[in-house]
Design a protein around this ligand. Structure first.
Ligand code: SER
Ligand code: ZN
Length: 534
């Protein structure tokens, strides 16, 4: 990589003959400072030539690895010091013009990059011409991020898309041979009317379905979350864009976010045309509604742990407050998926217990280990499922569009472990597609503590971790392996039924819709009859 550009330095008064000696001296000092910190001076910067006119001193600067913004600030500091001392000349402003970045190899650069005026490929090298940058631009890490972006584009181009990592860590013993239940519980739940499709990827859960979701979630909280000392918080479910910028979601998963807009005004009269139209036509065309709302300033809950990092962002934390162990289950998450939406397994609106923690690296690893052990017991003994654990591409890389190679598998380093459960209705265990990811557990390292500036008062490194328990998917897993008859359920779930009688199902003249659905519901009521509230 090489840089070149013209730096115009505006001084506090016109340059006169008598200043020139001091300027030469100052530029010599600049020369030394531009190679400071580089073993090979070629990698630093140098002043190729200079000239002046009026109050402006103009330097042509080239450099190997020293970025032009850094070089510019070094120039400013030295000039101010030397000229201020000897000639009472101050620096009033900087402007970088005709700046060029040359990269080795051919890098494809998209049409509208900020500050990029043009890109050409010359002799196997990519030459990027930049727009002028003034001092304010040079002080922001714009060039740094621009170069990082170009670098990531290059890496991604070389890998040809995202590199998915999946490595088996552990697998439960075979428990279901032959599997006692092989139907698709998604179908049964829908046909028997426990859930009704509301819109694409969205369901209404009738009281009996809500009860089943709560049953699985409560046993999880009782067996895993609460004994480990996690306490409940309530996180917002609509995030200002700024939050997504910090977590990386706006870059990495902008195609999966559901956005939210506020009305342009609170004054109902200003909606009159629209409300009159809807009154007469009895329809609401989205493009008409769109004229009355602002651009989206929010997106809906995505990873569910983002507000946790926001909360501690900018704060100083001491040992006394650590570790922090919270969970949130106050509302749904939203993921727009273009394909593959299916039953309760893959939805746009889902419910999850999100467990989050903050601490020193040792604390974060040890909490993850305790949680992992509890999860294993939960899957293996409490729910008695067939499960497996895999080391996968961390969700926080995938979701932020970061390109970083997955580290060699080391369980005590940042990374994500997925929990998967076998769904017999999908086919044999050997087929990878018959397993459902029901949750994950991650150590993020400083992935969130850095951008949110969560700091320790004595400078210790702080890490975070999180784990998501998707209620719908866990319920499907239990039903897919055990079926709907509680006699075949593990004792903890039956105990829950005994302690908490389930509500009646919904039966209307026209609901459930089909004969077979009605029969399935009858069967289900028979199974549940001894527990039902009477
Ligand atoms: N926040 C994590 C995720 O989105 C765990 O729920 O996968
Ligand atoms: Zn999370």
């Amino acid at each position: 990589m090489r840089f070149r550009g013209r730096l115009r330095v505006e001084l506090s008064r016109e340059i006169v003959e008598e200043d020139l000696e001091a300027i030469r001296e100052a530029l010599e000092a600049v020369g030394h400072h531009l190679v400071k910190g580089f073993r090979n001076p070629e990698e630093g910067g140098r002043v190729e030539s200079w000239s002046y006119s009026g109050r402006v001193l103009e330097l042509v600067i080239s450099s190997g690895r020293l970025r032009l913004d850094e070089a510019s600030m070094r120039v400013r500091r030295v000039l101010e010091e030397v000229l201020g001392r000897s000639r009472r000349l101050g620096v009033r402003g900087l402007r970088l013009e005709d700046a060029v970045v040359e990269l080795d190899g051919e890098v494809r650069v998209g049409g509208r990059l900020p500050f990029v005026r043009g890109v050409e490929v010359v002799g196997g090298r990519t030459v990027i011409h930049l727009e002028p940058m003034d001092e304010g631009d040079l002080k922001r890490p714009i060039l740094l991020r621009l170069l990082r972006l170009l670098n990531e584009k290059e890496v991604r181009a070389r890998w040809g898309g995202k590199a998915e990592h999946w490595q088996l860590i552990k697998q439960s013993r075979v428990k279901l041979e032959p599997p006692p239940y092989t139907d698709d519980p998604n179908k049964v739940l829908e046909e028997a009317g426990l859930v009704k499709r509301f819109s694409v990827g969205q369901w209404l859960y009738t009281p009996l379905a809500a009860y089943l979701l709560r049953m699985v979630r409560e046993v999880f909280l009782e067996e895993v979350v609460r004994p480990l000392g996690f306490v409940e918080a309530v996180f917002p479910k609509m995030y200002p864009l700024e939050v997504g910028l910090r977590t990386g979601h706006l870059r990495g998963t902008v195609n999966s976010l559901v956005f939210a807009s506020l009305p342009k005004t609170y004054d109902i009269e200003e909606f009159e045309e629209l409300t009159d139209y809807m009154y007469v036509m009895d329809e609401a065309p989205p493009e008409e509604v769109g004229r009355y709302v602002r651009y989206p300033e929010y997106f809906l809950c995505f990873a569910q742990c983002e507000p946790f990092y926001w909360f501690f962002g900018g704060e100083l934390v001491d040992d006394g407050a650590l570790p922090v162990k919270w969970y949130d289950m106050s509302g749904p998450s939203f993921r727009w998926e273009s394909g593959g939406i299916y039953g309760l397994e893959r939805v746009i609106e889902f419910h999850r217990v999100e467990v989050v923690w903050l601490g020193t690296p040792e604390q974060v690893v040890s909490i993850r280990n305790d949680l992992l052990k509890a999860y294993e017991r939960f899957m293996d003994e409490v729910l008695d499922l067939e499960w497996r654990l895999a080391w996968v591409t961390p969700w926080y890389y995938e979701q932020s569009g970061t390109v970083e190679k997955v580290e060699e598998f080391d369980i005590d380093r940042p990374g994500t472990i997925d929990f998967e459960v076998w769904l017999p209705y999908r086919g044999p265990r050997e087929d990878r597609k018959t397993w459902l990811e029901v949750g994950n557990i991650s150590i993020h390292g400083t992935k969130f503590t850095e951008p949110f500036r969560i700091r320790h008062n004595r400078g210790r490194t702080l890490w975070t971790g999180c784990s998501g328990f998707g209620s719908q998917r866990w319920l499907i897993s239990v039903l897919a392996q055990k079926g709907f008859n509680p006699e075949n359920w593990p004792p903890k779930l039956r105990e829950y039924l005994e302690r908490n009688p389930p509500p009646d199902p919904v039966v209307l003249v026209t609901y459930p819709k089909t004969q077979s659905g009605r029969r399935e519901l009858e069967q289900l009521v028979k199974y549940l009859s001894k527990y039902l509230r009477r």
